[in-house]
Design a protein around this ligand. Structure first.
Ligand code: NCD
Length: 355
């Protein structure tokens, strides 16, 4: 097969995901991060261990100095033209932990895109000043397109997709997996667990990416609970079938709560409504985790949420030890630091720091 640098965009875009993943690597390690499915189990394990190491090393002044020295010579651009604060700050902090300087573009109206420049040209121009592009865009597939542009340029810099359109949010899936790894570390890991997804599963990119990653584990059971209008996409179900992962799709939420090891709540993604107010015509009232549900939840289950939340988890649930969404968010910073360290090939040095 031709390397990506000799392939047209159409040919690259049409490639089978597994083939494309191979092209996103450099010298055998991950380079561009576009889709959750690029990560296989071994890599997920390694990344989780590295994140925990970084977390421990960062506890001391000497450790922080050591971490800051790792990528002191690199600069990252955060190109976030879709609303974001937590993912933006999470990446910002991850870069800082590793000593990287960070530049940002957050508002297209402040850039030449306002003068009619294409997003491809804009990102490519800005990349001249940086060694990595971390990008969030409402345009589905833009991160993928940028990776292809860079593969065909004389200055290929890695692209990390920090959320693209309705489709993919691979680094959110990494932090969700890291949270599950930590939550179940004394219970045999993620294998054999029942994960219940609830909310807007049609347009929630976090659910789509996480469902992809869960196919790496054995004996999983995935349950997708949403109103019919917001049900999970057939493409995700087809990928589960292909990897022999049993699933159920149901409009009922409450019925499955007692069976779940992890409940993954999501908000209604009404920014994608094709007609304003469209989602309000759907009755979503039963797709909420209420305080009374704690009584039927397994004692060692966890409640997760990518955040931001609206009313799909009662605030009274926050005090329960099974509510892990705040921890989940902080995990994001550590796993993103681990990812960036892996891309720049300094994982081994970091792993060797502690005895
Ligand atoms: C999610 C997103 O942007 O897709 N947020 C996040 O990155 N944690 C979920 C959401 O916006 O509902």
């Amino acid at each position: 097969m031709k390397p990506a640098s000799q392939m047209s965009w159409e040919a690259f875009h049409a490639l089978d995901p597994d083939m494309q993943s191979g092209l996103l690597q450099k010298d055998g390690h991950i380079f561009h991060v576009l889709y959750a499915r690029q990560f296989e189990r071994d890599r997920l394990e390694a990344m989780g261990l590295l994140a925990t190491r970084i977390r421990k090393i960062a506890k001391t002044v000497d450790g922080m100095h050591f971490l800051r020295d790792q990528l002191f010579h690199k600069r990252a651009m955060l190109y976030f033209t879709q609303p974001s604060t937590r993912t933006f700050l999470s990446f910002y902090s991850a870069c800082q932990i590793l000593g990287m300087a960070v530049g940002e573009v957050r508002d297209k109206s402040m850039s030449s895109e306002f003068k009619g420049e294409t997003p491809e040209d804009a990102v490519r121009s800005f990349s001249s000043y940086f060694d990595m592009i971390i990008m969030r865009s409402a345009i589905g597939g833009l991160a993928e397109r940028m990776a292809w542009v860079f593969m065909n340029s004389d200055r290929p810099v890695p692209v990390i997709n920090a959320g693209s359109g309705k489709d993919q949010h691979p680094t959110q899936a990494l932090l969700d997996i890291y949270t599950l790894q930590r939550s179940f570390e004394d219970r045999g890991g993620i294998d054999g667990k029942t994960i219940l997804f609830c909310g807007d599963l049609a347009r929630g990119r976090t659910v789509r990416s996480l469902a992809n990653l869960l196919t790496n584990y054995d004996d999983m059971r995935l349950i997708f609970s949403a109103p019919a209008a917001l049900t999970i996409g057939n493409d995700i179900l087809a990928s589960l079938t292909k990897r022999n992962v049993p699933y159920e799709v149901s409009a009922d939420f409450e019925r499955f709560i007692p069976e779940a090891d992890a409940i993954y709540m999501t908000r209604i993604q009404d920014e994608w409504d094709s007609v304003k107010g469209e989602s309000q015509t759907v009755d979503t009232s039963i797709y909420a985790f209420e305080k009374r549900h704690l009584a039927v939840l397994k004692p060692d289950a966890v409640i997760m949420h990518p955040l931001p939340r609206r009313n799909e988890i009662d605030h009274a649930v926050d005090a329960d030890p099974r509510a892990v969404y705040w921890r989940q968010m902080r995990n994001g910073m550590w796993i993103r630091a681990a990812l960036i360290a892996t891309i720049f090939n300094c994982a081994e040095r970091i792993n060797d720091y502690l005895p």
